[in-house]
Design a protein. Structure first.
Length: 342
């Protein structure tokens, strides 16, 4: 027998003449197999993103009823003392899941640039993302510059504009014939009921799923001008139900629905007497904005660091849809509170 020492391991080598050598088990054969199990770690989820946008404007819907409560000066019967969450529950669920800008006691107010706080200048500001210096009243000519709608359309994306108020087409796009649009009653452009406008817009959205959809609901302003406070509240409740139908559609669209950001705002506010708005009533400059879905973070009622305006909506959407920045004079700036962290 020969013993060979290798470190602390002793290998016995046995050689016997005329006898086959015995097979000596090795250390590897004696030891059981060791299996290292590592816990499964799923890949981190992709950060939320925005592939499409729906922009809803409630014409002349002031912040008081939308964000606080019904006005005791004008409400009667069961409408007295009703919280905004009860008037527009769907919108307030959106606030919980997203962001509201312009709420009272949350930093500087959000405003329409003005100086004339009426519809067509407000819509020009919303669609262009610029101060509406070329549009001072509801009789101003059609826009001479490309708008957000034109920019999205230039990327070969489907865009559509639906509105109860016909003249909005003059603000929506530089080339309105290139987009899907239905503004006012077909053939006349006269004011169309919000329910009919919404039915058309939601049907188109469900079938075509455009990258950008605009829905303009005009009945809040119509009822307010008549001094019909109950009708005004009814129009807000109807608008909220339409938002609920939109959210139901998005929930059925899977990943596309999850990647859609919805914005809700107004084109101007109202005077303290509720019926009026415009330059003589500077308080009617105050507006508000709610955004939720897609890449918009859930921040709820945020304290704005600066005063935002309607011209900031389009730049915010441009960031979400990865469109070029507008560096022209009078252009707004993206609303950081509505954007995901860098």
């Amino acid at each position: 027998m020969r013993l060979v020492m290798q470190g602390s391991l002793v290998l016995a080598l046995i050689t016997v003449v005329g006898v086959p050598s015995a097979k000596v088990p090795t250390l590897a054969q004696d030891a059981p197999a060791v299996v290292v199990e590592r816990p499964f770690s799923p890949p981190p989820p992709e950060p939320p993103s925005t592939d499409s946008v729906v922009l809803v404007v409630l014409d002349g819907a002031r912040w008081q009823e939308v964000l606080v409560a019904t006005d005791p000066k004008f409400a009667s019967g069961e409408d007295r003392g009703v919280a905004a969450e009860a008037v527009m529950p769907t919108l307030h669920r959106m606030i919980e899941e997203g962001v509201v800008i312009g709420a009272p006691d949350h930093g500087p107010p959000m405003v329409a640039t003005g100086p004339h706080f009426v519809s067509l200048p407000g819509y020009n500001e919303i669609f262009s993302g610029r101060s509406p210096f070329a549009c001072m009243d509801n009789e101003c000519p059609a826009t001479r510059l490309p708008t957000l709608v034109d920019e999205v359309r230039a990327g070969a994306s489907d865009v559509a504009v639906f509105s109860s108020w016909g003249p909005i087409v003059r603000a929506a796009a530089l080339h309105p014939s290139d987009i899907v649009r239905s503004t006012g009653e077909t053939g006349t452009g006269a004011f169309r009921a919000d329910r009919a406008t919404a039915d058309q817009a939601l049907a188109y959205f469900a079938e075509r799923r455009p990258t950008f959809l605009f829905l303009g609901l005009g009945e809040p302003d119509e009822f307010a001008h008549r001094g019909d406070y109950a009708g005004y509240l009814g129009s807000l409740r109807q608008a909220d139900a339409i938002l609920g139908e939109l959210r139901d559609l998005l929930s059925q669209m899977g990943d596309r629905g999850r990647r859609t950001s919805v914005f809700v705002t107004c084109d101007h506010g109202r005077s303290d007497d509720f019926q009026d708005h415009g330059g003589p009533w500077p308080e009617s400059s105050r507006v508000w904005l709610v955004g939720a879905g897609g890449a918009i973070p859930a921040r709820g009622f945020v304290e704005s660091a600066r005063r935002h305006r309607l011209a900031d909506i389009a730049p915010t959407i441009r960031v979400l849809l990865h469109l070029p920045t507008d560096l022209s004079s009078g252009a707004g700036a993206p609303i950081d509170e509505l954007l995901p962290p860098p």
